[in-house]
Design a binder for this molecule. Structure first.
Ligand code: TEU
Length: 589
C-alpha cells in the first residue's frame, strides 16, 4: 500500500468530484437526527418492574442510564398503547393511552422526562395503517349500516359473486391467508367484507377519509405535546390503496415485484401527501434557531428500489427511512458495496441522511441471520427441527457487520440486545409462539414460524431469575440457554465483549462525528474485502473501515488500529472481521 493511494480519498471540501467519493460530508451544524444512533426498545421484552413476565414502562425508566452509558442518542419504543395484543401492540385500541400491562400515561410522561434529563431523545411508534378491531371506531363501524360514515373510516366493500360471499378481490394478508374478512350486518345476516392487510384484528383504515386524517393529526399533537421527539411510522408505505382495488399476483412482501410493477396496496403516490401534512405539524414544534428541538418522522417502508424509498425523505416529508435493503443484504462484499453506493446516491439526491439498520423485532437477529445460508426471501423464524445456524459464525459476522455499519455516515438504529450479541431463539417450542404469522400460516403452504424468536426478553444478570429481566422467573417468551452467558453483567467492563465493542464503537463514532463524515471507497484490497474511508468534514481525520469476507487474512496499510471487531492475526485482518484504522495525517490531503 502506498500513501499515494489515499490521495483518492481527497479532502471533501476541496475535491468534491473525486471518482471514489460516494457521499460528501454533512454540514457540521446539521440537526441531531441526521447522525443519531437510536436504540429500539421492544417494551414487552426489555425490563419488567412488577414480575408479571411482561416488560413495562417503569422498568424501562429504571434502566435508562444503561442506554446513556451505551452511548446512543435516542430510544424508539415499539407500541405501548392500549391493545388486545393480537400483534404484540401493533393492534392499537386507544392511541392516547397506555396499556395497563405497560403502565399508565403518567409512567410514559416520567419515562420521557427521565430520558430527556439523561440526554436521550424519545421516539414512539405510530401505527396509522390499521387500528385494532377493538378500537371504538371499528366497533361503531360494525354496529352501523353499510355506506355509513362509521364504515367509511375503514375499507368495507360488498363481496363478489352472486351472494357476495367471495372476497372483493384476491389480496392476501402479509401474515398469511386472505386479506378480507366478512362481517354480519347489524341485523345478523352475512354482510360486507373489510380489508386487513395484516391480522383479521387489524382492520385497515381508510386514508381517503378526511375525518381519519384529522384524527391522526390530533394523535401526533397529543404525543408531541407530551414531549416526544418523533415517531417511527409503522407500514408507512401502506396507508393509501389503489382505489380500483385490482386483483394482484405479486408477493405481499415486496412493494415492487418487477421493475415498474407496484403492488396496489404498497407505495402509492398518495402516501406522500400525508407525510407532507405531518411534516408541517412537526415543524410547528421546532423552536426557531434551535435545531436540537426538531421532531422527526422515520418511515418503516419496505419499498424498493432505493429511489422509491428516498421519496419518503424528501425535504418536506419524513426525516429518516429505515434502510431495509442494507438489512436484507447477504454476507457478501459486492452486495454491501452496491447497497451502500445506491443508498447514498438516492438519499443524497434529496438531501436526506441514510439510516442504517441490521436488526429489529420483525427479522431474524443479525447474530443468527448472518450465519444462515439464505435462499429466496429472508428467513422468518427458525425452529428446533430446522438446521441450526452456527452461533459463533453468526456472532463473529454480526460484530463485523455492526462495526461496518457504525462507520457509515448517516444515522443508525440498534435493536435491543444486539449490543450483547444475542442470537435469535431458534429452538422455541411452538406452544409458546404468539406471532399471528405462526397461527395464520399454520398448516398452509405459506407456513412460517414467525417473529417470536427475536422478541425474547433481555438478559441483564446471569444468575437472577428471568436473567434479571424482572423480579420473578416469569417471561412471556422463554429465554434460550445461551442468553445467560451473554447477560449484561457478564459483559460489562469485559474487554473484547460485544457490549464493550458497542460502547467503544459508539463513543468513537460520536467523538469524531462519523455520522457527518464523507465516504469514499478504498480500492486496494481485492474482491473479498470491503473497504471505505470516513473523512471528517474539515479533512483532518480519515478512518479506514475494512471488512474481510475472504478466507485468507488481509494486511492493513499504515495507520493506527482504533477498534477491531475481533482479534487480529499478527497485525492482519482475519476472515469476518472489521477493523477501523486511523490513517496517518497527510494521507487524506
Ligand atoms: O411491520 C410491517 C411489515 O410488513 C413487516 O415487517 C412484516 O412484519 C414482515 O414482513 C413479516 O414478514 C410492521 C411492524 O413492524 C410489525 O411488527 C407489525 O406486525 C406490522 O407492521 C403490522 O402492524
Amino acid at each position: 500500500m502506498t500513501c499515494a493511494a489515499y490521495g483518492k480519498v481527497g479532502r471533501v471540501t476541496d475535491a468534491p468530484t473525486l471518482p471514489d467519493l460516494v457521499h460528501p460530508a454533512d454540514s457540521p451544524d446539521s440537526p441531531w437526527w441526521r447522525d443519531a444512533v437510536i436504540y429500539q426498545i421492544y417494551p414487552r421484552s426489555w425490563s419488567d418492574s412488577d414480575g408479571d413476565g411482561i416488560g413495562d414502562l417503569p422498568g424501562i425508566t429504571a434502566r435508562l442510564p444503561y442506554l446513556r452509558d451505551l452511548g446512543v442518542d435516542a430510544v424508539w419504543l415499539s407500541p405501548f398503547y392500549v391493545s388486545p395484543m393480537n400483534d404484540a401492540g401493533y393492534d392499537v385500541a386507544d392511541y392516547r393511552d397506555i396499556d395497563p400491562r405497560f403502565g399508565t400515561l403518567h409512567d410514559a410522561e416520567v419515562l420521557i422526562d427521565t430520558a430527556h434529563a439523561l440526554g436521550l431523545k424519545v421516539l414512539v411508534d405510530l401505527v396509522p395503517n390499521h387500528t385494532s378491531s377493538e378500537h371504538e371506531w371499528f366497533r361503531a363501524a360494525l354496529a352501523a349500516e353499510p355506506g355509513s360514515p362509521e364504515r367509511d373510516r375503514y375499507i368495507f366493500r360488498d363481496g363478489a359473486g352472486p351472494h357476495g360471499d367471495l372476497p372483493p378481490n384476491n389480496w392476501r394478508s402479509v401474515f398469511g391467508g386472505r386479506g378480507w374478512s366478512r362481517v354480519p350486518d347489524p341485523d345478523g345476516t352475512p354482510g360486507q367484507w373489510y380489508l386487513h392487510i395484516f391480522d383479521t384484528t387489524q382492520p385497515d383504515v381508510n386514508w381517503e377519509n378526511e375525518e381519519v386524517r384529522a384524527e391522526y393529526d390530533d394523535i401526533l399533537r397529543f404525543w408531541l405535546d407530551r414531549g416526544v421527539d418523533g415517531f417511527r411510522v409503522d407500514v408507512a408505505h401502506g396507508l393509501v390503496k389503489d382505489q380500483t382495488f385490482p386483483d394482484t399476483t405479486g408477493s405481499m412482501h415486496t412493494a415492487e415485484n418487477a421493475p415498474g410493477h407496484r403492488m396496489p396496496m404498497w407505495d402509492q403516490d398518495g402516501v406522500h401527501e400525508i407525510y407532507r401534512r405531518w411534516r408541517r405539524i412537526l415543524d410547528e414544534y421546532t423552536v426557531p434557531g434551535d435545531p436540537d428541538s426538531e421532531r422527526i418522522l422515520c418511515a418503516e417502508a419496505w419499498v424498493q428500489p432505493e429511489e422509491a424509498l428516498a421519496r419518503y425523505v424528501r425535504p418536506d416529508e419524513m426525516h429518516q427511512a429505515f434502510n431495509f435493503e442494507f438489512l436484507d443484504t447477504r454476507w457478501d462484499p459486492a452486495g454491501y458495496r452496491h447497497v451502500i453506493t445506491e443508498s447514498y446516491r438516492s438519499n443524497d439526491a434529496v438531501g436526506a441522511p441514510t439510516t442504517w439498520v441490521l436488526s429489529n423485532h420483525d427479522v431474524l437477529r443479525h447474530a443468527t441471520r448472518l450465519a444462515v445460508v439464505q435462499e429466496g426471501y429472508r428467513p422468518n423464524g427458525i425452529g428446533a427441527d430446522d438446521p441450526q445456524p452456527d452461533p459463533e459464525l453468526g456472532l463473529r459476522r454480526a460484530r463485523a457487520a455492526t462495526t461496518m455499519m457504525l462507520a457509515l455516515p448517516g444515522g443508525a438504529y440498534v435493536y435491543q440486545g444486539e449490543e450483547l450479541g444475542l442470537p435469535e431463539h431458534t429452538t422455541m417450542p411452538d406452544e409458546w409462539r404468539q406471532d399471528p404469522i405462526f397461527h395464520r400460516t399454520k398448516g398452509t403452504d405459506e407456513f412460517a414460524l414467525g417473529r417470536d424468536g427475536c422478541r425474547v426478553p433481555m438478559a441483564w444478570a446471569k444468575d437472577e431469575p428471568s436473567l434479571g429481566f424482572g423480579p420473578s422467573a416469569k417471561t412471556w417468551l422463554p429465554q434460550p440457554e445461551a442468553y445467560a452467558a451473554l447477560a449484561v453483567d457478564q459483559q460489562d467492563g469485559v474487554p473484547g465483549s460485544t457490549l464493550s465493542l458497542y460502547r467503544d464503537l459508539l463513543a468513537y463514532r460520536r467523538k469524531h462525528r462519523f455520522g457527518h463524515g464523507a465516504l469514499a471507497w478504498h480500492e486496494l484490497d481485492g474482491p473479498e474485502t470491503l473497504a471505505f474511508t470516513n473523512t471528517s468534514g474539515d479533512g483532518t481525520r480519515t478512518v479506514l473501515c475494512l471488512t474481510n469476507f475472504g478466507d485468507e487474512p488481509v494486511s492493513l496499510p499504515d495507520g493506527d488500529v482504533i477498534i477491531s471487531s475481533g482479534p487480529l492475526d499478527d497485525g492482519r485482518v482475519p476472515t469476518d472481521i472489521t477493523v477501523w484504522l486511523r490513517l496517518p495525517t497527510g494521507h487524506d490531503r
